[in-house]
Design a protein around this ligand. Structure first.
Ligand code: FPP
Length: 259
């Protein structure tokens, strides 16, 4: 990613925000992945249809994109539609796809102006044509240099991604000796993107639901009971604070202290 220059005022605002919440600006996660969950329950709690929850979930997407920009997170991956989500009632699937298109139409200019680069992971071929067209035209307007990579996982599942990688490896005639971690990663849809240091799941569920199984190998998980449509900057900051208070050992032993 090319460097995007923040103004002095933006840098000061970032520092003020982080320090006021006890977050160490020098230990920020570069990549945060989010499983946005709880839209249906949020709507049901209000006696509304599930799609009302998705509609309100868009406000939370806006809030986390803004929070990522303000805090200096460089990559934000949102699990927006899984390969299993096709099993929902067809009206809900259609409404979700429409919502994606209308949101992109509405937000593209703003995203571009803020230095947000949009990309996707997932099998887009199965998405409705208008969805594919809009994703392409939004991505064509991606600004350079950019400040944040916003990655939408759409018609994505990790098992699908891993199987695709294996198929491509076989097609390329890779030999047994050539197989290693780096080589395998280069075949994943996230090639070139650092693994998330932090994964957030909302709505009190403690599962990873076929999401980034390879990439989450050493990721810290933050589970919050907050339902996605209620998720705001304060929850995002709380997750980062929680992350910074974990001891990351990557299979090693605790760091020696002088005590
Ligand atoms: C999970 O809640 C949510 C989804 C499957 C869809 C997420 C979509 C959005 C937030 C809106 C559109 C997104 C973008 C990027 C514009 P659920 O329906 O499974 O909730 P439940 O577990 O309470 O039923």
């Amino acid at each position: 990613m090319s460097d995007f220059q923040m103004t002095e005022a933006e840098m000061q605002d970032r520092l003020d925000l982080l320090l006021s919440t006890g977050i160490n600006p020098n230990e920020m996660p570069k990549h945060i992945a989010i499983i946005m969950d709880g839209n249906g329950r949020w709507a049901k709690n209000r006696g509304e249809e599930r799609i009302f929850g998705h509609l309100n979930g868009v406000e939370s997407v806006r809030a986390v994109v803004e929070a990522a920009l303000q805090t200096g997170v460089r990559y934000l991956t949102l699990y927006a539609f899984s390969t299993e989500n096709w099993n929902r009632p067809k009206e809900e699937v259609a409404a979700l796809m429409d919502l994606l298109v209308t949101t992109l139409v509405k937000e593209t200019e703003d995203l571009k102006g803020k230095g947000v680069c949009l990309s996707t992971i997932g099998d887009l071929k199965a998405l409705p044509k208008d969805c594919q067209v809009q994703l392409k035209s939004t991505a064509e307007l991606n600004p350079e240099p950019h400040r944040l990579d916003l990655i939408l996982a759409l018609n994505y599942s990790s098992k699908w991604e891993l199987i695709e990688a294996v198929k491509d490896i076989i097609k390329d005639g890779v030999t047994e000796d050539e197989v290693n971690s780096e080589m395998f990663e280069s075949y994943l849809k996230t090639a070139g993107i650092p693994d998330p240091e932090l994964m957030i799941r909302t709505s009190g569920e403690h599962r990873i639901s076929n999401f980034m199984l390879w990439q989450l190998a050493y990721t810290e998980f933050h589970f919050t009971p907050v339902l996605w449509p209620d998720f705001r900057r304060e929850h995002f900051l709380a997750a980062i604070y929680d992350f910074q208070n974990r001891e990351r050992r990557f299979g090693g032993v605790p760091q020696q202290t002088d005590k």
